[in-house]
Design a protein around this ligand. Structure first.
Ligand code: HEC
Ligand SMILES: [Cu+2]
Length: 405
């Protein structure tokens, strides 16, 4: 359908390109962009040529030209006036037809694809995204729930119901579909489809407070078989490794990595991750070969002791949890943390759970949510520390989180 430019502009790539598209909805929107660029481009060339011609032809060349009488004026000529009005209307109609067609197309899944469509609920929170799969119910729990990485099967229409929990957000995966607002107490929706397996960047596109710019997410489109495997793995409760004997637990365990705070402006991604994120994602689904069950068990205990469970659900492994924080049941299988801000690796997990506010200013894990204290809490109108995770404690929690595949 890119009638007008063929593939000429496809060099405008990058993870959030709206030109290098990967699905039919974004493609129809790109088409509208091209039509508009052509129409306005032609108008620009026409007006600029007439202006240039008039400027060159009528400019004063020497002093005596200043005395030349004004040439005849076309102002008020009915043919020119009507002609310009007709041309403008025509240009607008020319743009309006594909625009309206694209708006209707993007509004909902086409009738022919409805029966095969997958429905997903997406909810915006300050500053992360929750995803629910109503068709994937877990006994005694409810729909399968994940956060910040939306996994879909390729070739199927996905209808996404958009909600917001606190303030307005906006759901946008530039390569797959245009943005639609997520509004509290109002149901919006959009649909999209991925043509081929891929790893896509998403972004909140409506200013929603302090960490709006880093409220991102990922969309992973998988071949049918990989998707089916992912669903089975995600519906399972959290992995529980064989608990080691008490004696082993008492011993201090090596972390398996050295932590040195890279600082608040350190990049969140390694170049290896950037070159082939889909391969990185697939690799991330499997437990690491060098898992340390003793360290993991220590981490599990610390996770409970530090009251992480007041906000986070780890299904089957820790109880509790509020719906206002990302579900961590399978956090180890995700490629990013803190809503797509950081690559999910040991150092970044360590940074996040020891210094969340350094990484993402004002986040609710640090400040607390709806009266539940976070790393800080209110006391006599002052914020005082509540949860402290030291650099010595962090490696065990990191190992535990990474084991949650
Ligand atoms: C006050 C509630 C609260 C407490 C307590 C809390 N968290 Fe969080 N946590 C959050 C929220 C909210 C986010 C999402 C933050 C964001 O991205 O803006 C989050 C994000 C995370 C993430 C990243 C999840 C993702 O999908 O990106 C991890 C990992 C995490 N928390 C671990 C912990 C650990 C470990 C503890 C205990 C030491 C803890 N949290 C305590 C609320 C909480
Ligand atoms: Cu937002």
């Amino acid at each position: 359908m890119p009638l007008f430019f063929g593939g000429w502009l496809n060099w405008l790539t990058g993870p959030q390109s709206t030109i290098d598209v990967a699905g039919p909805v974004a493609e129809s929107q790109r088409h509208v962009f091209y039509v508009t660029v052509w129409v306005t481009g032609i108008i620009f060339v026409l007006v600029a040529s007439v202006l240039t011609y008039a400027t060159l032809k009528y400019k004063a060349r020497n002093d005596s030209d200043e005395q030349t009488p004004t040439p005849p004026q076309g102002h008020g000529n009915p043919f020119i006036e009507l002609g310009l009005i007709a041309a403008s209307v025509l240009a607008l109609v020319f743009i309006a037809i594909p625009t309206l067609r694209a708006i209707w197309y993007a509004y909902d899944v086409p009738a022919a694809e409805k029966t095969n469509a997958l429905e997903v609920n997406a909810t915006g929170y300050q500053w992360w995204f929750k995803f629910e799969y109503p068709s994937e119910q877990i006994d005694g729990v409810g729909p399968l729930t994940t956060a910040n990485e939306l996994v879909i099967p390729v070739g199927r229409a996905i209808r996404i119901n958009l909600r917001a929990n606190d303030v307005m957000h906006s759901f946008w995966v530039p390569k797959l579909a245009g943005k639609v607002d997520m509004i509290p107490n109002r149901g919006n929706h959009l649909w999209l489809k991925a043509d081929a397996p891929g790893y896509f960047w998403g972004q909140c596109a409506e200013y929603c407070g302090e960490s709006h710019a880093v409220m991102r997410f990922r969309l992973i489109a998988l071949a049918q078989k990989d998707y089916a495997e992912w669903i089975i793995a995600q519906k399972a409760p959290a992995r529980a490794l064989t608990p080691p004997s008490d004696g082993a637990l008492a011993k201090t365990q090596p972390a398996g990595y050295a932590f040195k705070n890279p600082g608040r402006n350190a990049p969140g991604y390694s170049s290896a991750f950037d070159t082939d994120p889909l391969a990185a994602w697939l690799k991330q689904q499997k437990p690491a070969a060098n898992e340390n069950p003793v360290l993991i068990a220590q981490g599990h205990d610390l996770f409970t002791a530090k009251s992480c469970v007041t906000c986070h659900v780890v299904r089957g492994n820790n109880m509790g949890g509020a719906p206002f924080a990302p579900d961590l049941t399978h956090i180890g299988s995700r490629t990013t943390i803190a809503a797509g801000l950081l690559e999910n690796n040991s150092v970044n997990l360590h940074r996040w759970i020891t210094r969340p506010n350094e990484v993402k200013p004002g986040n609710k894990m640090y400040l607390g949510i709806n009266g539940m204290p976070g790393y800080m809490m209110m006391q006599d109108d002052k914020l005082v520390p509540h949860i402290v995770v030291s650099d010595e404690e962090a490696p065990a929690i990191v190992a535990y989180l990474q084991s949650l595949k």
